[in-house]
Design a protein around this ligand. Structure first.
Ligand SMILES: [Zn+2]
Length: 466
């Protein structure tokens, strides 16, 4: 069999890896959207590099859009196979892909207005929210830790990756010509300490290992300090400077972690009462789905829920649904916290909150996650003094703070701790995906020091015989 890397190759978005068996059957691991590369993004997403109608099985590691977001497009282009995911991933995909469809529709509408002014013909969105609804018909979902017969000679077991709700390591046993190959795709790897989810689980020994490398050259500050770090930023912004705290955050995972932390801080009086707005319709849906999956929670969380059955809700928290209500937040004069998507600040309602707040030194922008280098988030994070939002230049006068402790990706120590569940000598070939190239080179060296060998860093569309 062979494997071709069709995304997340020397970068962090567009996760897609195609396995072709000797008998011609095909398995696509993940179906992620390329994000944050301006004009180039559209071309990368439309030019798949494979024939969707020839894909038999599409196995998802988790619901993040850079791992699942191209599914509706692939279905539109003729995919007729089976999409396999965990139960929670399927539920999250139902709301996240529809949300992504609406974003594409809105972006295309805006783009077409501009094109019309230049006498250019309108373009079609990559996909719509109806396309996203339709692609859900191709899903089947399975639990963790239960061997699933995919097809003759193909068995799948999901183990918990501890990254977001429903995230999984894809463990495959593929038998060809009487020989079984143990193949593993880690997807994104969670932290060794997580306030809500279980930590990444031991997974079956692999011979071929495809693994992420986002933070392959970095160490996070301890997660234990996350709440205290957040407390200091809230106290300084909302009580000392009496300003607004804008937190751009992914709707799934990071937003719930922030809410849980704020619930605890306000609940036990470490932070005085303050208005908190979650301004992202997707966050509301994702939070509701999360509440339905206590089976994914760790013991600490389950203990907490004995006293507070709603860990993501508290007095003073408002979910903002409509666009009108979202815009109304611009008129609020008193200190408040606004959590809004997207985390990389490239799309979504957070952009108008940034435009409204970034020029005032009383306010703070709190960056809590990874930002792809070409995004607005990365520009704000690295301290640019002037940034462009909706084509208008804004002077950055608000404080910009970064809290790594909320990351959903393990740092290199955490990833290595997880990978050392394996006997490195039995891993015959390793592939690093989902990371910036310079980071991957450093991580490759660290893994070699841990006894792993044959570690490749594939280029986009590179194929390997395995
Ligand atoms: Zn992810």
């Amino acid at each position: 069999m062979k494997i071709q890397f069709l995304g997340a190759a020397r970068e962090v978005t567009g996760s897609k890896h195609l396995i072709t068996l000797n008998n011609g059957k095909t398995i696509l691991l993940d179906c992620g959207l390329f994000q944050g590369k301006g004009e180039e993004t559209e071309n990368l997403n439309r030019d798949l590099g494979f024939n969707p109608s020839a894909i038999d099985f599409l196995i998802l590691s988790h619901a993040h859009i850079d791992h699942s977001g191209l599914l509706p497009y692939v279905v539109n282009k003729g995919f007729k196979g089976t999409v396999i995911s965990t139960h929670a991933t399927r539920e999250l995909c139902a709301v996240m892909l529809a949300d992504s469809g609406r974003i594409h529709e809105n972006d295309t509408r805006m783009n077409n207005k501009k094109r019309a002014k230049h006498g250019l013909p309108p373009v079609e969105p990559l996909y719509t929210h109806q396309d996203a609804d339709r692609c859900m018909n191709y899903f089947i979902s399975i639990p963790y830790n239960k061997e699933f017969y995919v097809d003759e000679g193909i068995k799948l077991t999901y183990t918990d990756a501890g990254h977001i709700l429903g995230s999984a390591v894809v463990n495959l046993q593929i038998t060809e010509n009487g020989k079984t190959t143990k193949f593993c795709f880690t997807g994104d790897i969670g932290r060794q300490h997580n306030k809500i989810l279980r930590i990444p689980q031991v997974f079956p020994q692999a011979e071929i290992l495809v693994t992420e490398s986002t933070y392959g050259d970095r160490l996070h500050t301890d997660l234990e300090t996350a709440e205290d770090d957040l407390k200091l930023v809230v106290l300084e912004t909302c009580f000392k400077k009496k300003g607004k705290l804008i937190i751009p955050a992914f709707s799934v995972g990071r937003t719930q972690e922030l809410l849980y932390a704020l619930n605890r801080l306000i609940g036990d009086g470490r932070v005085p009462h303050v208005k908190v707005f979650v301004d992202s319709p997707l966050s509301v849906n994702a939070t509701n789905i999360m509440k339905l999956h206590p089976e994914c929670f760790n013991d600490e969380m389950l203990t907490f829920m004995k006293n507070d059955p709603d860990p993501f809700g508290f007095n003073g928290l408002d979910y903002v649904q409509t666009e009108e209500d979202s815009k109304r937040l611009n008129n609020i004069k008193e200190p408040c916290i606004i959590i809004s998507a997207s985390g990389m600040m490239e799309a979504g309602r957070v952009k108008h909150h940034l435009a409204n707040s970034i020029c005032n030194e009383r306010n703070t922008i709190l960056v809590v996650g990874y930002c792809e280098p070409s995004t607005l988030g990365a520009r704000i994070r690295r301290g640019d003094k002037v940034v462009s939002i909706y084509g208008v230049e804004y002077a950055v006068k608000a404080d910009v703070r970064v809290l790594e402790s909320f990351s959903a990706h393990g740092d290199y120590n955490e990833m290595i701790t997880f990978l050392k569940f394996q006997d490195p000598k039995q891993v015959k070939q390793m592939f690093l995906v989902h990371g910036e190239y310079e980071t991957q080179i450093k991580y490759q060296e660290k893994l070699a020091n841990e006894g792993f060998s044959n570690i490749a860093i594939p280029e986009l569309r590179q194929t390997f015989e395995i």
